[in-house]
Design a protein around this ligand. Structure first.
Ligand code: GLC
Length: 718
């Protein structure tokens, strides 16, 4: 439909029909049993007439199901305006990829994009039009359960991933590529910084920190063309995001130039009452519309009060028209007026969803996402002749999909045991399931393991302990896992720990008791295949952390790009008490941002740093050699430090990285170029610029093992 026709359609709509477009209902409203206006329809005071005006549905999929719902809806819709179908396809639809924190550990935005392309295909052929992804909240607090959904603590990396996911979901031609879906970046803004890491808690960020650390990834997703943005549950500077006019109308709309649809998070309009800034749903609806929320998810504020608010002169109908125009435009950009069923195709659904090709890609990404945290004495990779004792937590051996794996079926995932059987026979594995509930002494097992060569323990978190509503005050492994490790440590057998979890954990209690550790995250459908391929060396681990692992939860929030403070702890003043430090633990993480080992060894030449004549650009070169006898990938990282700023500057900032693959003995030169733009930062007056002065440039394989050189750059004030 062209814009004249679209304006014409808007002009024909009644106020009730406009309001209906701004309401999103869950799929259960469209289930047969509710048609007699009972259940949720009753709560929302939804008459069948009103039902015929609704604009979008969330959380239901299946090609035939959505075709039927759409057909029935269109038969009742006076103007034939199709429904939008939206859902949480966060890291896969039914083929589940690693959680985003795992995908991020590949340091390969192309893999993120590929996972999104395949996820979009499965979602689109199943009838969906929009995914509520990517989540691009920067995170620094491992107590918060939704760090699993983020790409970590660095704004530069998060921007690259935000763009990659949006590109993957939407492709370049949303209207003609029916195997794409519209992206919805979330949660605007600052949801990743709840005080005390407690879910839905208050967020207090200075606007400068918000702009320097948290906003860049949202801006990147919008610049990449994300069609929707979702509001955050949290208050920011005392005002819930969903009612925060300066955040939505000034920053998101005016400054970022976002023209798409702004949708509230689930019931976040209604939650303004609990926040205490709206006395009732009517007032909440007024605040949300004034802030510019176009679609209200799952509460009846707009549905039941916008009409009266207009009649009472509280809001102008033009705000409705503005919102409905954006909703109709989105439907038009998806081609729904020409084809309301878009990609839904129950025949193709059978071959595309959960295809072997998709699962193979999921396995590859899972392999690249896993991080080798420890491998002393090179006990890995395993020899296929070795006899193995495998300990898995009962009921959790297939709990590998993570908390946002909607249509993913644990029963369809590959357990570690099944993965090992792809390499060795049943006879070489003694399988034991330990109870996550009982603290056993495992005496009998200590005898049994005498007859094996190696011990593999699968531990970490259950998916229940991760994701939304899963904040934890303690980051340790469950007590029975620690006990099992301690008991098995009394044998002389090498212990390999495989961690399935959705956040940085406190591994201090056991890191000395195991001989190797693989951080596998929640790796998705092909978990066991990927783990086994790493254990037997078919794949050399290459993943690196994008979120710091603390020594203890007491250090959190903990992140690499921290400020120096006036009394920094350094290698030269370790004995001073009056420093920015703790009495009982080091400041450093147990495993730092950017850390990950390999089965081979990469050697770095001294870096060559060349400052351009202009003194505004710098070139950094380094040669990497694979000194081992296994091929593998290394992620070379470049950090800077602005030694003197007009506001305090982080002790280091990731500015470039390169993932290179080297055969044994092979070398490769890596060259990075930095320009003035790379050194700019947000000043106290919120302007973005940079001054001349000294800068450190740092190269290395993680954020702590770095070669440093100090240079002088003379940026001309322009
Ligand atoms: C949830 C989440 C949001 C999700 C939405 C719809 O509460 O906060 O990320 O997209 O509701 O399920």
């Amino acid at each position: 439909m062209d814009s004249i026709q679209l304006h014409h359609l808007l002009g024909k709509m009644t106020r009730e029909e406009k309001i209906g477009q701004m309401v999103q209902l869950a799929g259960e409203f469209y289930k047969e049993e509710d048609s007699e206006n009972t259940g949720p329809m009753h709560e929302m005071n939804l008459s069948p007439e009103k039902m015929s005006t609704i604009g979008s549905v969330l959380g239901v999929s299946g090609a035939q199901t959505l075709i039927d719902i759409q057909k029935e809806h269109l038969a009742k819709s006076r103007l034939g305006i199709p429904l939008l179908f939206m859902a949480d396809v966060i890291h896969g639809y039914r083929t589940i990829f690693p959680i985003p924190l795992g995908i991020a550990s590949t340091w390969d935005p192309n893999l993120a994009e590929e996972s999104a392309i395949l996820s979009a295909k499965e979602a689109a052929v199943s009838g969906l039009h929009v995914t509520f992804a990517p989540m691009v909240d920067l995170v620094r607090d491992a107590r918060w359960g939704r760090v699993m959904e983020s790409t970590g603590e660095d704004p530069y990396l998060n921007q690259l991933y935000a763009r990659a996911f949006v590109r993957g979901y939407q492709g370049k031609d949303l209207i003609n590529n029916k195997m794409s879906v519209a992206a919805c970046i979330k949660h605007f803004a600052g949801y990743g910084a709840p005080i005390a890491g407690r879910e839905y808690n208050t967020v207090e960020l200075s606007e400068r920190t918000l702009r320097e650390m948290y906003l860049p990834a949202y801006q990147a997703g919008i610049d990449e063309g994300s069609k929707l943005v979702m509001t955050a549950f949290n208050s920011l500077d005392g005002v819930p995001a969903t009612a925060n006019k300066p955040l939505m109308r000034d920053i998101l709309r005016k400054e970022f130039g976002f023209q798409g649809v702004l949708i509230s998070d689930w019931a976040s309009v209604g939650e303004m009452i609990s926040h205490g800034i709206a006395a009732d749903l009517k007032q909440a609806a007024r605040l949300a519309l004034k802030a510019g929320v176009d679609i209200e998810m799952m509460t009846g504020g707009y549905l039941n009060h916008l009409h009266d608010l207009i009649e009472e002169g509280e809001i102008s109908e033009s705000l409705l028209d503005e919102a409905v125009w954006r909703i109709l435009t989105l439907k038009n950009e998806l081609g729904l007026f020409e084809d309301p069923y878009r990609g839904a195709n129950s025949k193709e659904e059978k071959t595309i969803v959960f295809s072997l090709k998709h699962r193979e890609k999921a396995r590859k990404i899972a392999e690249e996402s896993m991080v080798l945290l420890k491998n002393e004495k090179q006990v890995l990779p395993l020899d296929i002749q070795q006899k193995i004792a495998l300990f898995v937590p009962e009921e959790q051996s297939k709990d590998v999909l993570g908390a946002w794996s909607w249509k993913g079926q644990q029963s369809e995932s590959v357990s570690v045991y099944e993965g090992l059987l792809q390499h060795v026979s049943k006879e070489s594995i003694v399988l034991k399931t330990y109870s996550p509930l009982k603290n056993e002494n495992h005496k009998d097992w200590l005898t049994e393991v005498k007859n094996v060569d190696v011990i593999i323990i699968v531990g970490g978190e259950s998916s229940y302990m991760s994701g939304e509503g899963a904040s934890r005050s303690n980051l340790k492994l469950p007590a029975e896992q620690i006990q099992l490790i301690k008991n098995l440590r009394t044998t002389s057998k090498p212990i390999h720990l495989i961690l399935f979890n959705g956040r940085p954990l406190d591994l201090t209690d056991i890191s000395q008791d195991v001989d190797s550790m693989i951080e596998a995250w929640f790796p998705g459908t092909e978990a066991g295949s990927a783990v086994a391929n790493l254990l037997f060396g078919q794949k050399n681990p290459s993943g690196k952390l994008t979120m710091s692992f603390p020594r203890t939860v007491g250090q959190v929030p903990l992140y690499y790009n921290q400020d120096s403070t006036g009394r920094p702890l350094t290698p030269y003043n370790q004995d001073d008490k009056y420093l920015s430090r703790y009495l009982d633990v080091e400041n450093s993480p147990l495993f730092p941002f950017g850390f990950g080992l390999s089965y081979t060894e990469f050697k770095y030449s001294p870096m060559q740093v060349t400052v351009a004549e202009s003194k505004e650009e710098v070139r950094i070169e380094v040669t990497i050699t694979n000194n081992g006898n296994l091929s593998g990938a290394e992620i070379v990282q470049l950090y800077i430090r602005d030694k003197v700023g007009e506001v305090v500057r982080p002790v280091k900032e990731l500015k470039r990285f390169k993932k290179i693959f080297l055969e044994p003995g092979q070398s490769a030169e890596v060259v990075f170029q930095l320009q003035k733009q790379d050194f700019k930062y947000v000043h106290q007056d919120l302007s973005v610029s940079v001054e001349a002065g000294e800068f450190d440039v740092m190269i290395g394989s993680n954020s702590e093992e770095l070669e440093i050189e100090t240079i002088y750059l003379d940026f001309k004030k322009k």
